[in-house]
Structures are given as C-alpha cells and as structure tokens.
Design a protein around this ligand. Structure first.
Ligand SMILES: [Cu+2]
Length: 358
C-alpha cells in the first residue's frame, strides 16, 4: 500500500511538472506557440462546443432516469396533520426549481455550442436591455416571495407548540445509543428532570421531590393515540442527537442541557398505514428479496431471515457515535382505547422507585 502511494505521488508530481511547463509555454507570445501550439483552433472549439451539448443531454437523461428509478425510495403519504402541507410545499418548490433549471441549463449549453469560437468571428458588444433585466428580476422576485411567504406561514404554524387544545405531553429522551419516552401521567405534566438526578432505577433523572413526576411513566416504545395532538419535549443525556420521525414529517435536534419541542397530530394508525397499497406492495417486494437471500443463507448452513413487517420508527438523524445507526424506537399509533390499555400496563415513577428499594 505504501509503495503504491509513493508511486502515485511520484506520478502526480511528474504530471504537475508537465502541466507547469505547458502553462509557461502558453505564457509566451502567439508566434512562439506556432500554428500547432496550445492555443485552441477551430477544430478544438467545435469539439468543445459539441461536448457542451452532449453533456447537457446526458445530464437530463440521468436526471429523468433517477426520478423514475428511485421512485420506490420516496417517502409515502404523511401520517400527520401538518404533513400534507409540508409535502405540497416541498413538491411545489421542487417543480419550480426543476422547470427553471431545465430551461436555464438548456439555454446555457445551447448558446455555448451555437456561439463556439470560430476564427474571425467577433462577439457582439451588447451593453444592456432594461426590459429584459426587468423581466428576469421581477419574475424570480414574485415567485421567491410567494414561496418564502408560504414557507414562513407553514413554518410558524408547524413550529407553534402552544396552539393545541389538550395535547398529550410526552418527553423523548436520547442517550448513546437509544431512546426512552416519558409519559406525563394523569396530571399531563412532566416532573422536573436533570441528569444530576440519574441514579439506580431513576434512569432519566426525574426529580424525586417533584410531585408532578410521581405519576410519570418511562417506556421503551412510543405509543400515540390517533388524532390527538402530541407535544414532544426532547432531552439528551450526552451528545447532540436528532429525533427523526419521517412518516410524520417531524424532526427536531435533541440537545444536551436544554429542552427542545415539537408537536404534531398523528392521523393514521400503524395498522391502517400497513394496509395502504403503497406499503403492502413495498413490504412484499422487500420480503421477496429476503426470501431469495434466505435461500442462499440456508444453502450455506445459516439461519434464514425473518419476514419484514412495517412499523413507524423514531430514528436518530445526527451521527452521534459508533452505534448511531442502531438508535431507533418503535412508534405505535393506535386508537384511544388501545392506547389507554397499553398505558395501564406501564409503571409509574413512584412505583419504580419503591420496587427498586425493596
Ligand atoms: Cu443519536
């Protein structure tokens, strides 16, 4: 490996010297360069002009192929109340950018080809055109102002955590490398917490003297009742994490030493989402791949793969350390009834502490 690197460096050094000598040669007078020198002639310009044209065609073909080929990887419909607005904004922005770049790239490369250098041809000196300048200034101003205004209103609405009536208050707690969730119990108020209180069974550092914290419940799965607004309070034990819930179009940084907030209303239960056409098709495709892989594994004497089943997940979206990739928590959106049943099986902080002492 070291020998290869030395040879590579030596080769690059020789190429650099050769290039420098060419630049020195170019710097000399045109006469010294002669007819076959390094200065571009008509044949060179013609070739370069055509390359510009081929390049833009190749770029469009690749772009269209990517849009078609990667369709399967687009996120499916949003499962939260604000999600469709967010998706419309993203779609409109993408469409506008696509139209503009399609036209401008085509023009840029076409003109590079059409007006490629030819001996004796002179460029036209064209100082300015007020009407043209007005058009290409006014249109972007109007379009951008519209996009920005819509974006600002959407942002303010999505980020306003105080707009809901009777929301469910939940804490999402991040640590290297996992998530915990804290439910606020019957008072719907989270008890104070601080990493300094972390001790024994008190894994989230809930203040044992705060009465609001006694009925708090710590869980390892995030269960949410459908159609009820949820206000998330995010806390980190160690480093910067990011709580990412792609199906709900939600993401918020989780910062040590402070509480960050986000709220949304889940609108589709896990069961309903699993039975959408998109998801059943996707899952059967994945399972077909797994079946093929299992055959290979079994032939080699290994254990076959389990079939895949879709679940909502909360993922970490900040590279926070060695096991970052594995930092996820299952999210279950269910009916109010099922949610209450599940909640009854959870243990309050008070009971957890009492059990730990015994
Ligand atoms: Cu993380």
């Amino acid at each position: 490996m070291t020998a290869f690197l030395i040879i590579l460096i030596a080769a690059l050094f020789v190429i650099a010297l050769w290039q420098i000598s060419k630049i020195v040669q170019l710097g000399k007078s045109p006469e010294a360069n002669g007819a076959d020198g390094e200065i571009a002639n008509d044949a060179d310009n013609d070739r370069q002009g055509k390359f510009m044209l081929y390049f833009v065609i190749a770029m469009y073909v690749m772009m269209i192929a990517c849009f078609i080929g990667y369709q399967d990887y687009f996120l499916p419909d949003a499962a939260s109340a604000h999600g469709s607005e967010y998706d419309s904004l993203l779609l409109l922005t993408t469409v506008v950018i696509m139209i503009v770049q399609f036209l401008t790239q085509a023009l840029l490369h076409w003109f590079s080809y059409k007006y490629r250098g030819r001996k004796g041809q002179k460029a036209l000196f064209y100082a300015d055109n007020d009407r043209l300048e007005f058009i290409w200034t006014a249109i972007p101003v109007v379009v951008l102002a519209g996009l920005i205004l819509w974006g600002l209103f959407s942002w303010n609405d999505i980020m306003d955590v105080d707009k809901h009536e009777d929301p469910l208050v939940v804490e999402v707690y991040a640590y290297q490398f996992g998530w915990k969730v804290r439910y606020s119990g019957s008072d719907n108020t989270l008890g104070d917490a601080n990493v300094r209180f972390i001790k024994g069974a008190n894994v989230l550092g809930i203040d044992p003297t705060d009465a609001d914290g006694k009925d708090d419940m710590v869980a390892t799965e995030l269960h949410l009742p459908v159609n009820r607004p949820v206000v998330f309070n995010f806390r980190s034990q160690d480093v910067l994490h990011s709580a990412y819930m792609p199906h709900f179009r939600a993401q918020m940084n989780v910062v040590p030493g402070m509480v960050t907030k986000f709220s949304f209303t889940p609108t589709v239960t896990s069961e309903d989402y699993k039975s959408t056409e998109f998801m059943t098709e996707k899952v059967s495709k994945i399972n077909e791949i797994r079946r093929q892989k299992s055959k290979e594994l079994e032939a080699a004497g290994d254990v076959a793969l389990d079939p895949y089943e879709f679940e909502y997940y909360l993922l970490c979206n900040k590279i926070c350390g060695a096991s970052h990739y594995n930092m996820q928590m299952k999210i279950v959106v269910e009916s109010e009834e099922d949610y209450n049943k599940w909640l009854e099986t959870q243990t309050t902080f008070e009971t957890t502490l009492a059990n730990a002492e015994n």
